[in-house]
Design a protein around this ligand. Structure first.
Ligand code: UDP
Length: 386
């Protein structure tokens, strides 16, 4: 008999899951989202004033090392190649990011070659740190105090609202350090931006089967839902699902100050402001994310970071020690349920890029479909550590 599934959240997790379940299982799928659009934080929309395609929740540049994920997203919409080259403003001077030979030579006023720069930076590094346990230790071990203070300390304090010594080393490990002039922000071989934005990609994912999407529809769990649905997939914040009974998980949220101008405002998609004397973290100018388009006017946003209040949209999971203790309680409670699964950045409370989210949703749908077919216990979480 055909199954009836409810998916909560129409971001990439929910949309990929819906698509894949329809492909693999005899089922009908409904998706609810409390916002008035699909795509979650990847939503893109043309700005009415300038005509520029805006990444409404901040810059999203698709990058992955997995050909199958790249092929998957490219099978729905056209992507144009896009290499993210980020600049940094420190004390009014502009540097190249991620930290590379240009940054090192400019910052220390040198003209090192790669081997000299490597030896110099190793000389700056704190050798007493064996296994870095925090963001700060990771920085001190790999780039040394001067570059850390200039490019990471102030930015990270603004972005995360705490001392970098309280944050996990994994946050800094996202960024490469290079001893050549390669200023590609990512290491992944497949990089691009969908030519018509991300929302079209999500539309196509949802449109290939008769998936029913209900927007402006807030979810609240009730056992009565199982009178209608065989299984619920929840991709919202896990603490919200349980009405915050063990407390709220810490998230940072970001707000944007919009500006419109003529011509080209900053000449680059993203400029980071690394000093904590500047209140915003970065400025993004969105027409530079679509260099294949021409616009007379420009729209740019100053991005500010703050602690998430109950009415704010959660962005970055902080995962401080106290958060991990609360998360464990929610995960233990969640694993008691046989008919509810939890998936994605918010339901697993992890810092995930788009390609992680998509890959995990594909794998999860495959595992779920296999269990459904075999009649074995259905997976509650993706197969990853809490
Ligand atoms: N970061 C920094 N200075 C920069 C860029 C990044 O200190 O100029 C730190 C910051 O803590 C950030 C982390 O490195 O959260 C990872 O950077 P990434 O660009 O991956 O952050 P995202 O794009 O997810 O905001």
């Amino acid at each position: 008999m055909s199954k009836k599934y409810l998916i909560v959240g129409a971001g990439f997790s929910g949309a990929v899951l819906a698509h894949q379940l329809c492909k693999l299982v005899d089922c009908t799928v409904e998706i609810w989202d409390e916002r008035n659009h699909i795509g979650g934080n990847c939503h893109t929309k043309r700005d009415a004033e300038t005509g520029v395609m805006v990444h409404e929740y901040g810059p999203h540049i698709f990058n992955t090392d997995k050909k199958e994920i790249w092929d998957f997203v490219n099978s729905f919409v056209e992507f144009k190649p896009f290499i993210n080259r980020v600049k940094a403003n420190h004390k009014g001077a502009i540097y190249s990011l991620p930290v590379n030979l240009h940054t090192i030579n400019q910052f220390f006023n040198k003209s090192f070659g790669p081997a000299e720069a490597k030896a110099f930076i190793e000389g700056q590094a704190d050798k007493s740190i064996d296994e870095p346990k925090s963001f700060e230790e990771q920085a001190m071990k790999f780039i040394g105090k001067d570059l850390y203070k200039a490019f990471f300390y102030g930015y990270t304090k603004k972005q995360w609202g705490c001392e970098p010594s309280e944050l996990p080393a994994s946050i800094l490990k996202r960024l490469p350090v290079r001893f050549n002039y390669d200023d590609n922000y990512y290491n992944n071989p497949y990089q691009g931006i969908p030519v018509n934005g991300y929302t079209e990609l999500v539309e196509k994912l949802l449109g290939s089967y008769s998936i029913m999407v209900s927007l402006n529809t807030k979810f609240e769990f009730s056992p009565d839902l199982f009178n209608t649905y065989d299984h619920i997939f929840y991709t919202g914040p896990i603490d919200a699902f349980f009405n915050y009974k063990f407390g709220r998980l810490g998230y940072r949220t970001v707000t944007f100050e919009k500006h419109v101008a003529n011509g080209d405002y900053q000449g680059n998609p993203v400029i980071n402001y690394c000093d904590d004397t500047v209140p915003y973290t970065r400025v993004h100018e969105h027409k530079h994310f679509a260099p294949w388009e021409k616009h007379e006017q420009t729209v740019y946003f100053k991005e500010f970071s703050k602690e998430t209040e109950p009415t704010d949209i959660p962005y970055y999971p902080k995962r401080l020690e106290q958060d991990k203790a609360i998360l464990l309680q929610y995960r233990n409670e969640a694993t008691q349920s046989e008919k509810i699964s939890f998936l994605g950045r918010l339901a697993t409370y992890r810092y995930m890029d788009m390609h992680h989210v998509i890959g995990e949703a594909l794998d999860f749908a495959n595992a779920f479909a296999a269990a459904e077919t075999a009649g074995t216990p259905l997976p509650v979480f993706p197969n990853v550590e809490g």
